[in-house]
Write a protein that binds this ligand. Structure first.
Ligand code: IPM
Ligand code: MG
Length: 364
């Protein structure tokens, strides 16, 4: 099969990890007889330097024409001035909105070989395997009004947590669809004891549940959820929540996996269903780590696992996705580690060698 791919390496270690993910994708192409047409474009700080905007119009167009987008990372101290008119993160938000990527999937898995190298007790971490579905194009990130102004009594600012029932319905549906294919348990996370938008969220989630009688729905408050993530993460399977809550708790949850360098993500423009190809954007959950850029240090696994998610959700190639995931497991089992997951008695490798090893396993 033939697929069109937009590749946006971005800033910092973005280009480092993207190069390895592309290697792995080429290995998939070779072994399974697919072809991936890749076009590259700048986003984030790289785009600001080149064009003055964080997402040039022709790059957005290229992404719209593609079957999927592969993104590295954006941002860095160079563009961090709070007074700046344009920020690298604007590029990411414009991509999410411009491509209609309302569903952000963030799987959190404790790799057996890494349970001893996290900051938490191995007996709490072992066997952790859940997935957060984060709403990505609504809530505080995009709600209006959103501004800062001066009054006679000083400065004021407002952000708005706005949700329509349609926005809630489609994201909750993503949660139910995933739950149906896993343990048939969905946790909807909100702050319904305080927030009006959460009360609507809870009502709509309960209404959609009627269409999924095979899935058990539980409501959980966001504060209790963030406690549960540390206290008993094995309790969790599929969770769905709004944009800002999801942003915060997925960073927290990433610590269960040992390193942010291990966690992939998918941002989808539709509800994932078996055998259906959905346009999407795939990126590691970590940032641009500017101090590590170009040093052949960064862990490319999160980006490589993002490629596996792309194969699964945008290309409907579950076998190929599983081959990539198995290759990552095999290389970890053999004891290879980048600096962020290095442990006694293991073999330390750089970004490129890690990519070569995984691509080699995919080739078989
Ligand atoms: C994330 C990031 C982004 C977000 C930033 C870079 C705008 O933290 O993808 O979680 O807040 O969504
Ligand atoms: Mg975040």
């Amino acid at each position: 099969m033939r697929f069109k791919l937009a590749v946006l390496p971005g800033d910092g270690i973005g280009p480092d990890v993207i190069a390895e993910a592309v290697k792995v994708l080429e290995a998939v192409a070779g072994r399974f007889g697919h072809s991936f047409d890749m076009s590259y474009g700048p986003v984030g700080g790289a785009a600001i330097d080149e064009t003055g905007t964080a997402l040039p119009g022709d790059v957005l167009k290229m992404c719209r024409r593609a079957d999927a987008v592969l993104l590295g990372a954006v941002g860095g101290p160079k563009w961090d001035d709070p007074q700046a008119k344009v920020r690298p993160e604007d590029g990411l938000l414009a991509l999410r909105k411009g491509l209609g990527l309302f569903a952000n999937l963030r799987p959190v898995k404790a790799f057996p070989v890494l349970v001893d190298s996290t900051n938490l007790k191995p007996e709490v971490i072992r066997g952790v395997d859940f997935i957060f579905v984060r709403e990505l194009t609504g809530g505080l990130y995009f709600g209006r009004p959103k501004r800062q102004w001066r009054t006679s009594r000083g400065r004021r600012a407002v952000d708005s947590m706005v949700y329509s029932e349609q926005e809630i319905e489609r994201i909750v549906r993503v949660g139910f669809e995933l739950a149906r294919r896993r343990k048939k348990k969905l946790i909807s996370v909100d702050k319904a004891n305080v927030l009006e938008s959460s009360r609507l969220w809870r009502q709509v989630a309960t209404e959609v549940a009627a269409e999924y009688p095979d899935v058990e729905l539980e409501h959980m408050l966001i504060d209790a959820c963030s406690m549960r993530i540390i206290q008993n993460p094995r309790y969790l399977d599929v969770l769905v929540t709004e944009n800002t809550f999801g942003d915060i708790v997925t960073d927290e949850a990433s610590m269960l996996a040992g390193s942010m360098g291990m966690l992939p993500s998918a941002s989808l423009a539709g509800v994932p269903r078996e055998g259906v190809k959905i346009p999407g954007m795939y990126e590691p959950i970590h940032g641009s780590a500017p101090r590590r850029a170009g040093l052949d240090m960064a862990n490319p696994i999160a980006t490589i696992l993002s490629v596996a998610m792309m194969l699964r959700y945008s290309f409907a190639l579950p076998g190929e996705a599983a081959a990539v995931e198995a290759a990552v497991d095999a290389v970890l089992d053999e004891g290879y580690r980048t600096y962020d997951i290095m442990d006694e008695g293991k073999t330390r490798v750089g970004t490129k060698e890690m990519g070569n090893l995984i691509a080699g396993k995919v080739e078989g």
